[in-house]
Design a protein around this ligand. Structure first.
Ligand SMILES: [Zn+2]
Ligand SMILES: [Zn+2]
Length: 288
């Protein structure tokens, strides 16, 4: 098994300099839980190098309380040094740890070319792509009442539609290798009248762009209480030949390889016999 989605720092907490010890602990816990290889995939927006060219991104949207929260959130998070992150990960690889270097990249409409060029300057093994916000609305901040109130303003159908479009564009951009938590839009437990309509488009988007999709246990820790992707969407991915990775999306040691056994049964029951591994952004298959 793989755990290809791991953060070093919890949200709302300042980054600390990553260390070999921390990565060693991650690898050990993963292996105890039947995971053979991990990818560290910190958020791109946590790094000062990115703040320099994407820092003002949300200024293009109307100045609302939601945008103010997003800007504050960004400023609070964009503090880490990307060179140190990459160096420690390279050291861990050189020391023989079963770890690869990744990044979780958000979708920045109209800016993905710039993002791709920036990322090409680093030795990443795998890049995850995520849609965490629609315009300036970070719809997955489930513990913030102002952000959650925005669900009424935005509307559930409209949110699913905008999310699906963003995911299609992200897949199509060619910037990333894997769609992280592909149906994250369900995080707060709000579903449209016909989710299958949107799931079909998500699966087609992945198929047409040749991208992999992530199967993540993180949804089991969220209000929705369901893995990403939903069973219907996972079956569609399988039907369309979309390769998958598996992941916990841990934001600290405690959740590394979270429910790895359940994820394994889930993907096997959908028909999968192999997972997609990555090295230097080149894909290969790993038997489950
Ligand atoms: Zn994410
Ligand atoms: Zn994540």
């Amino acid at each position: 098994m793989l755990d290809y989605h791991l953060h070093l720092w919890p949200h709302g907490q300042r980054d600390k300099t990553p260390t070999l010890d921390q990565l060693h602990e991650y690898c050990e816990l993963a292996q105890e839980n039947g995971v053979d290889e991990i990818a560290i995939t910190e958020h791109l927006f946590r790094f000062v190098q990115v703040d320099r060219f994407l820092g003002g991104f949300f200024k293009q949207y109307p100045d609302t309380p939601v945008r103010a929260i997003m800007e504050e959130y960004w400023a609070e998070h964009a503090q880490a040094d990307l060179d140190t992150y990459v160096e420690v990960a390279l050291e861990a690889k050189a020391a023989g740890f079963p770890v690869i270097i990744g990044m979780e990249v958000d979708y920045y409409p109209g800016r993905m070319h710039e993002v791709s060029e920036f990322l090409a300057g680093y030795p990443f093994d795998v890049l995850l792509g995520s849609v965490h916000w629609l315009g300036a609305w970070p719809f997955d901040h489930v513990s913030d009442p102002v952000i959650m109130a925005e669900w009424d303003e935005f509307g559930i159908e409209n949110a699913w539609k905008s999310y699906t479009e963003a995911l299609e564009e992200l897949a199509d951009s060619g910037t990333v290798d894997v769609l992280a938590h592909p149906d994250l839009i369900k995080v707060a437990g709000h579903f449209p009248a016909t989710p299958a309509e949107f799931y079909d488009r998500m699966a087609e988007g992945a198929r047409d762009s040749g991208i992999a999709a992530e199967v993540s246990s993180a949804g089991w820790r969220k209000p929705v209480g369901e893995a990403y992707p939903a069973p219907y969407l996972l079956r569609k991915f399988f039907e369309y030949g979309v390769p998958i990775t598996t992941a916990s999306d841990a934001h600290g040691l405690a959740d590394v390889a979270f429910k790895a056994d359940e994820v394994k049964s889930y993907v096997v029951s959908a028909g999968y016999h192999s997972l997609r591994g990555f090295r230097d952004r080149k894909a290969y298959d790993v038997a489950i």
